[in-house]
Write a protein that binds this ligand. Structure first.
Ligand code: PMP
Length: 393
C-alpha cells in the first residue's frame, strides 16, 4: 500500500516522471517540484500577477492576499497555534533567513558580556551570521562571547551531556540545527532546551527537516525556525523565517521591504498544501526506510565509510526516530576520490552531491559523496545504486 501511495506521489513530479533513466539523489540541495506547485505559479502569473502591499486594483489586492495567506500557511504548517499573519518573514532561503535573524533581531537583542552558543560543524550558513553579529556588535563597543555547541564527531549529534559545561548565566541565545545536512540525523534540540531553560531563545536551522518530517514549533519549543522553500517543493529562491509570538520587531505583518518574490511565495503555499496532503510523518517513514536500506548494506561494504554513522547507529527501523537518518547518507570510498565517484555514479544515471558540502570547519573538497532522498525516490533506485556501489568494491 505504501508503494502505491508513493508511486502516485512520484507521478506528480514531471521532471522525475519524464526521466526514468535518471535518479535524482540530491534533494538536500534542492527538491524537485510537483505539478500542483508549477500549476499554482502558472495560474497566479496568468491571472493576477502584480506587486504586493500597495494596490488599488484587484490583481494587486489578490497578490497581497496571497502573500498574507502564505504567512498563515507557514504558521499552520509549523503547528503555530497563534492566529494572524505576524511572525513570518519571506527570504530566498535558509542562508538569508539566518542572516536576517542575526542582523535584525540578535544584534539589537544582545548586550555587553552576553554569550551565544552556535554550531561549529553544521552548515556554514548557520555559523557565519553569528560570527558576523559579534563583529557588528564589537564595532558598537559591545563585546559578546561566541561559544561552540559541543559536538560528538562520531554520531553526528550534539554532545548533550557536555552542554552543562558551556551553558551559563550569560547564555542569551542558541543557534542549532534540526536535521544535519551531512549526517542526516535529528539533532535532538529538545535536549538543548532542557539544558538552557525556558527563557533562552533558540533559533533552529530547519533546512533539512521542513518537508521531510513533521516540524512542530510548540513541541520543539524553539523561538525561530528558518527553512528553504526550495528544498520543500517550492520554487528556487524561496524560504521563510518563522518567529515565535513576540520575538520582533523585524517580523511585523505588512513590513514590506521592496518587491517580494510573489510567484515564489505562491509556490510555497502550494508546496505546503501538497506536503500536508502527502503527510510529513508518512514522508519521513518513506525516506528513513530508504536511507535505512542504503546504510544497512553500505556499512558492510568494506571500502565505504559512512560519515556520522557507526554501525551501532545505522539507520534501522528498530531505532528510535531521533537516531535514524532522515533521507541523507554521506560516505567515502577508500580508494576512489569523491569527484570520480560522482562521475561514475552519474554515468549510471545517479545525480548525487560530490563536492563540498558547505560544512563549517571542513575544506572546499571534503572527499565525500552525499546521497539525499525525498518522497519521489524509490526502493528500486536505492537497490540500483547499491548495485553500482557494490561493483566498485
Ligand atoms: N542550512 C542547512 C542545514 C542546509 O542544508 C542548507 C542547504 N544545503 C542551508 C542551510 C542553506 O540553504 P539555502 O541554500 O537555501 O540558503
Amino acid at each position: 500500500e505504501e508503494t502505491r501511495w508513493q508511486r502516485q506521489l512520484r507521478e506528480q513530479f514531471p521532471i522525475v516522471a519524464e526521466h526514468p533513466e535518471s535518479a535524482y539523489l540530491d534533494s538536500a540541495a534542492t527538491s524537485q517540484k510537483p505539478r500542483a506547485v508549477l500549476d499554482a505559479v502558472q495560474h497566479y502569473l496568468t491571472t493576477s500577477n502584480a506587486n504586493a502591499g500597495r494596490g488599488t486594483y484587484p490583481w494587486a489586492n489578490r497578490t497581497t492576499e496571497l502573500v498574507e495567506e502564505t504567512r498563515q500557511r507557514v504558521k499552520r504548517f509549523l503547528h503555530d497555534p497563534q492566529p494572524g499573519t505576524s511572525g513570518v518573514h519571506f527570504t530566498s532561503g535558509t542562508t538569508e533567513g539566518l542572516r536576517t535573524v542575526a542582523r535584525d533581531w540578535l544584534v539589537p537583542y544582545l548586550t555587553d558580556g552576553d554569550e551565544i552558543l552556535v554550531p561549529h560543524a553544521d552548515h556554514r550558513a548557520n555559523l557565519d551570521p553569528w560570527l558576523e553579529a559579534r563583529l557588528l556588535l564589537a564595532e558598537r563597543g559591545v563585546d559578546i562571547r561566541v561559544r561552540a555547541l559541543p559536538y560528538q564527531e562520531v554520531s553526528g549529534d550534539y554532545d548533550h551531556r557536555a552542554l552543562d559545561g558551556v551553558v551559563g548565566p550569560r547564555t542569551r541565545f542558541v543557534a542549532a540545527t534540526h536535521v544535519h545536512h551531512v549526517y542526516g540525523g535529528d539533532m535532538n534540540v529538545h535536549r538543548i532546551r532542557a539544558a538552557v531553560g525556558p527563557d533562552v531563545p533558540i533559533c533552529l536551522d530547519a533546512a533539512q527537516s521542513v518537508g521531510h518530517l513533521p516540524v512542530d514549533v510548540a513541541q520543539l519549543d524553539v523561538d525561530f525556525v528558518v527553512f528553504s522553500g526550495h528544498k520543500a517543493m517550492a520554487l528556487p529562491g524561496t524560504g521563510a523565517v518563522w518567529a515565535r509570538n513576540g520575538r520582533g520587531p523585524v517580523f511585523r505583518p505588512g513590513g514590506w521591504q521592496g518587491t517580494p518574490n510573489t510567484a515564489g511565495i505562491v509556490s510555497l503555499r502550494a508546496a505546503l498544501d501538497w506536503l500536508d496532503a502527502a503527510g510529513p510523518d508518512r514522508i519521513a517513514r518513506w525516506t528513513t526506510a530508504l536511507t535505512g536500506r542504503l546504510t544497512d548494506r553500505l556499512r558492510h561494504l568494506d571500502p565505504y565509510e559512512i560519515l556520522g554513522c557507526p554501525a551501532s547507529l545505522a539507520a534501522d527501523s528498530a531505532l528510535p526516530a531521533a537516531q535514524r537518518r532522515h533521507g541523507i547518507v554521506t560516505f567515502r570510498h577508500r580508494d576512489i576520490p569523491s569527484d570520480d565517484l560522482g562521475f561514475i555514479l552519474y554515468s549510471h544515471g545517479f545525480m548525487v552531491r560530490a563536492d563540498s558540502l558547505c560544512q563549517a570547519g571542513t575544506g572546499e573538497k571534503d572527499g565525500s559523496v552525499r546521497v539525499s532522498l525525498h518522497v519521489y525516490n524509490t526502493v528500486e533506485e536505492v537497490d540500483r545504486l547499491l548495485g553500482v556501489l557494490e561493483s566498485l568494491t
